[in-house]
Design a binder for this molecule. Structure first.
Ligand code: UDP
Ligand code: MG
Length: 346
C-alpha cells in the first residue's frame, strides 16, 4: 500500500468528517474470502448492502475468490458487474483464507476494514457495533462467537486452542478463530499473511503496539455447503503460531536458549574428551570400553541439532511465504500474467 494513500486517509470515526465523505473513496471496506460458497455470496451481498445503507457511509465489498471450483466466481463477477460498490479479485488456485484476506487488504481503500466469512455464519448486522467499538479507541476489534452454532467436535478443540493462544501470546481474547473483525486500515499496513495466520492477526498487531478489543457477536449455523477446515489445520496452525511467537513475543529467547544449551553441550563434550585424553596419556586405563555412553551422547547431540535445524527451517520457510501468490483485480475471468493486473480488456 502506498504511503500517499495512507496520508490521504480520512478518519470516518470522527463525526464532523463523515459529512464530507464522497462516493469517490469508501470509508468502509468489507473484505470477504470466498472458497466454494456459491449458495451464499448473493444473499450475503444483499444483507451487507442493507446494513451499510442504513449506516449511510460510502462502502465497498471486496470478495476474494480463493480459487473456488464451483460457480462462486461467476456469481461474484455478476455482483461486481451489477454494483459499483462490489469488487472482486481472485486467486488462480486455493491459497487459504489468510492469503485471501492479505490480497483483499492490499486493494481495500477504506479507512476501516471489516473482514467476515462468506458462509452467512457472521451477521452483517454486527458491523455498526464493530465500528462503534473502533470509535472507542481500538485499532482492532475481534468478534467473539460467545454462543456457538457448530458441532462440539469443533467447539471443544477451539476452546482449548483459545486458552493456549491467549496465555502464550498475552493477548486477552476469548475467540481467536472468529473471522469477523474490524481494523483501522493503517494497522494492517505492511502485514504479510499466509497459512493459518489469519487467526493471529490480533497477536501480530498487539505486538506492533495496536489496541486490540473484542465484542460478542451473533453467530449462525452454516446454511449451505460445508466447512473447509478439518483437523489437519491444527498442526499447521500450531506451527504458524510458533512462527508468530518466535517472531514477536519470544523473538530473542530461542537464540539465547539454543546458544546457551549449545555452549553447555560444547563444554560438556570438551570436558569429557579432555578427561579421556588425560586417561589415555597417563595410561591410567582403557577408554574404548563404553560404546553405549558414546552412542547415547551422539544421539542426544544429533537430535538436538535436528530440532534446531528444524526450527530454523520453519523460520526460513515462513519468511519467504506468500511471495509466489498472484491475484487479479476486477474480474476473476480476466486473469492476467502474474502480479496485480489492473488493465481490463474492454
Ligand atoms: N475460506 C477461504 N479459503 C479456504 C477456506 C475457507 O477463503 O481455503 C473462506 C470460506 O469461504 C469462508 C471462510 O473462509 O468464507 C471461513 O471458512 P469456513 O466457514 O469453512 O470455516 P469455519 O467457519 O468452519 O471455521
Ligand atoms: Mg464458517
Amino acid at each position: 500500500k502506498s504511503s500517499a494513500l495512507k496520508s490521504e486517509r480520512r478518519n470516518p470515526l470522527e463525526k464532523e468528517e463523515i459529512g464530507v465523505l464522497t462516493a469517490e473513496r469508501p470509508a468502509i471496506s468489507i473484505v470477504v474470502p470466498v472458497f466454494n460458497e456459491e449458495d451464499s455470496v448473493e444473499l450475503l451481498c444483499g444483507k451487507i448492502q442493507a446494513v451499510m445503507e442504513k449506516m449511510s457511509l460510502p462502502f465497498e465489498i471486496i470478495f476474494v475468490d480463493d480459487g473456488s471450483t464451483d460457480s462462486s466466481s461467476e456469481k461474484l463477477n455478476a455482483l461486481a458487474d451489477n454494483h459499483d460498490w462490489v469488487r472482486c479479485i481472485g486467486f488462480r488456485r486455493n491459497f487459504g483464507k489468510a492469503a485471501a484476506l492479505d490480497a483483499g487488504f492490499s486493494v481495500a481503500q477504506g479507512d476501516i476494514l471489516v473482514t467476515m466469512d462468506a458462509d452467512l455464519q457472521d451477521d452483517p448486522e454486527e458491523i455498526p457495533n464493530f465500528v462503534a467499538k473502533l470509535g472507542e479507541g481500538y485499532d482492532v476489534v475481534s468478534g467473539w462467537k460467545s454462543i456457538r452454532h457448530d458441532p462440539v467436535d469443533k467447539t471443544l478443540p477451539s476452546k482449548v486452542f483459545n486458552g493456549v493462544v491467549s496465555r502464550l501470546s498475552g493477548v486477552k481474547l476469548n475467540d481467536f478463530n472468529c473471522g469477523f473483525k474490524a481494523y483501522r486500515a493503517e494497522a494492517l499496513d505492511g502485514l504479510s499473511l499466509y497459512g493459518e495466520l489469519h487467526r493471529f492477526i490480533p497477536v501480530l498487531l498487539h505486538w506492533r503496539g495496536y489496541r486490540v478489543g473484542e465484542i460478542p457477536v451473533r453467530h449462525h449455523a452454516r446454511q449451505f455447503g460445508q466447512s473447509k477446515y478439518g483437523y489437519s489445520r491444527l498442526l499447521k496452525g500450531a506451527l504458524d503460531f510458533m512462527g508468530v511467537m518466535l517472531n514477536t513475543r519470544y523473538a530473542t529467547r530461542p537464540l539465547h536458549v539454543f546458544g546457551g544449551v549449545g555452549i553447555l553441550f560444547g563444554l560438556a563434550g570438551f570436558g569429557i574428551l579432555s578427561y579421556l585424553t588425560l586417561l589415555w596419556f597417563a595410561g591410567l586405563g582403557p577408554i574404548g570400553s563404553r560404546p553405549l555412553l558414546f552412542l547415547g551422547m551422539l544421539l542426544i547431540m544429533s537430535s538436538f541439532q535436528f530440532v534446531t535445524i528444524g526450527l530454523l527451517g520453519e523460520f526460513i520457510q515462513r519468511q519467504g511465504a506468500g511471495r509466489e501468490r498472484r491475484y487479479t483485480i476486477g474480474s476473476t475471468r480476466n486473469l492476467g500474467e502474474g502480479g496485480p493486473d489492473r488493465e481490463q480488456s474492454p
